[in-house]
Design a protein around this ligand. Structure first.
Ligand code: XMP
Length: 520
């Protein structure tokens, strides 16, 4: 029997909000199993005893656009506690006889809400002034409460910011408790699931691992799966998870582009082939990549050449494995949000990201994306649960086009060798000083400029090395890391004294925006 059917759960009915996965994530963090189902799929006969609570998500709809959504009212009439969030709050009111209309003042962003009376949903939620800051994002609002509902809290623009029908265990909130901007939002969700739904803790990364392994087995059956392994966190976790699920039916292909960090290819082979015994096809394509990049210095051309060659090589080797039906890739949830435009507006393209996943479209393989509902930190936890070594799990992100985009101008073997050394010394120093994990991403780059220096009474004329170290939440925005002078001095000396080819070091002090994290 599948794990999901045995476990008690909170059912999240999705009406298309971009935050629905965040609700699931908060519930996972509280140690409880939850499942998301679209409002288009849920039927009253799906409701069974394992469902201890129902959350109706937000969404871009309007409750009066009846033709745009379907929802069987009986689903909330099974005696199970219900929490409606934003659109979910509006539809809950509407189904119970209330009214919803366009707000006079749309509310987007932070708002203060004030307590009107006690409720189990808001236990230990408000501050001494009986207020909390919440994050609102709505244009419609409940204008008339249904019978037997009462107001728990209001904001200046939303009289019905939190409401309840205690006898039925129905609760509605106009704001988003699942986003971190809402103060104590997780406490509200915790009050709902533990005190109102009375569900017990039943979920951990161990359960997560078991469920994902079960799901992969169920999806791929006896078929073979290929996976492009890069040595980064996401593809490493996917490879290890699939190996635990299907063993030798998994084939990993690792392409050494020659543009990797120092000794990276050796580490990948050592970890995955020798230690973990995964089927690993190692392809040394260093020369091919260098050839294709000869005389190319335009950043976008570099990215395209590397991306296309990667696909070609991957396909070449994948074809040698007979009867493959699936391609595994490490898509994470934020990748999914970013790839679909929530507002439908055109966003301008800054860089063509080269991502290994989803590339060999011609091969008509079905996708296995076991991490697609997880966030990066959850993937790291899962990796540890799968016994992957800490060093792999906590590595800084590394771009697909590798060192090619960290050396503006031409890509040559000489420059690659110099850069690998400089980067290695920098990263080593960060680790030795206990700084590596305080920094989101750090690297060395080689600028296409030579400057004059003096060493041992002799003139030098060598490259300029740029160091970049940033702090960030998710790579979308970033700030430079403030080093102590002693550290920056030590690493500058180390690089200049140890590497022939570099006689000057600079530190990048721009944030993102206006710069990006990588140079190209
Ligand atoms: P930027 O330079 O756009 O980088 O500020 C944001 C994050 O994305 C990484 N990056 C890439 N990752 N393929 C990847 O898988 C790419 O083509 C690529 N380009 C940039 C970058 O290292 C940073 O973490």
């Amino acid at each position: 029997m599948s794990l999901d059917r045995i476990l008690n759960k909170i059912l999240i009915i999705d009406f298309g909000s971009q935050f629905t996965q965040l609700i699931a994530r908060r519930i996972r963090e509280l140690g409880v199993y939850s499942e998301i189902i679209s409002h288009k799929q849920i039927k009253n006969q799906n409701i069974n005893q394992s469902i201890k609570g129902i959350i109706l998500s937000g969404g871009p709809l309007n409750v009066y656009q009846i033709n745009k959504y379907s929802f069987d009212k009986n689903i909330i009439e099974n005696g199970i506690p219900v929490l409606g969030i934003c659109f979910g709050h509006q539809i809950l009111s509407k189904l119970n006889g209330g009214r919803v209309k366009q707000s006079k003042h749309r509310e987007f962003g932070l708002a203060n809400i004030y307590k009107k009376k006690n409720s189990p949903l808001t236990k230990n939620l408000f501050n001494k002034k009986k207020m909390i800051k919440v994050w609102m994002s709505h244009a419609d609002q409940v204008s008339k409460l249904p019978k037997k509902f009462s107001v728990i809290a209001s904001s200046q623009n939303s009289k019905f910011a939190i409401v309840e029908n205690k006898s039925k265990n129905f609760y509605g909130v106009q704001f988003h408790p699942e986003v971190t901007h809402t103060k104590n939002g997780k406490k509200l969700i915790s009050n709902f699931i533990f005190d109102i739904c009375k569900i017990k803790k039943n979920w951990s990364s161990k359960h997560q691992k078991k469920k994902l392994i079960n799901d992969v087995r169920y999806q791929v059956g006896n078929n073979k799966v290929i996976c492009a392994l890069s040595g980064g966190v996401d593809s490493s976790v996917v490879a290890q998870l699939l190996y635990k699920a299907i063993g030798k039916k998994l084939y990993c292909i690792f392409v050494n582009t020659g543009l990797l960090r120092k000794n990276e290819e050796k580490q990948v082979v050592k970890t995955f082939k020798k230690k973990l015994k995964i089927n690993l096809i190692y392809v040394n394509a260093e020369k091919e990549f260098l050839m294709k990049l000869k005389n190319v210095s335009d950043p976008e051309k570099k990215r395209k050449i590397i991306g296309n060659l990667f696909i070609k090589i991957f396909e070449r080797y994948a074809k040698k494995i007979k009867n493959v039906k699936f391609l595994a890739q490490g898509t994470l949830y934020p990748d999914l949000i970013e790839s679909k435009s929530v507002t439908g507006s055109q966003t301008s393209k800054i860089k063509s990201h080269h991502n290994v996943g989803g590339l060999p479209k011609k091969m008509k393989l079905k996708l296995v994306e076991p991490l697609k509902f997880l966030f990066k930190d959850e993937v790291r936890k899962l990796g540890l649960e799968l016994n992957l070594n800490k060093e792999i799990i906590s590595r800084h992100p590394f771009p697909g086009p590798g060192l090619a985009i960290r050396m503006p101008g031409l890509v040559t073997k000489e420059k690659i060798n110099i850069l690998k050394e400089a980067d290695h010394y920098f990263i080593q120093a960060l680790k030795e000083h206990g700084l590596y994990h305080k920094i989101w991403q750090a690297y060395a780059a080689l600028l296409p400029v030579k400057t004059v220096g003096v060493m041992g009474d002799n003139r030098t004329y060598e490259y300029l090395c740029l160091l970049r170290a940033i702090t960030s939440e998710d790579g979308m925005t970033a700030d430079f890391f403030e080093f102590k002078k002693s550290f920056i001095q030590e690493i500058s000396n180390k690089i200049v004294n140890s590497i022939r080819g570099i006689n000057r070091v600079v530190y990048d002090i721009t944030s993102k925006p206006p710069s990006t994290i990588e140079l190209e």
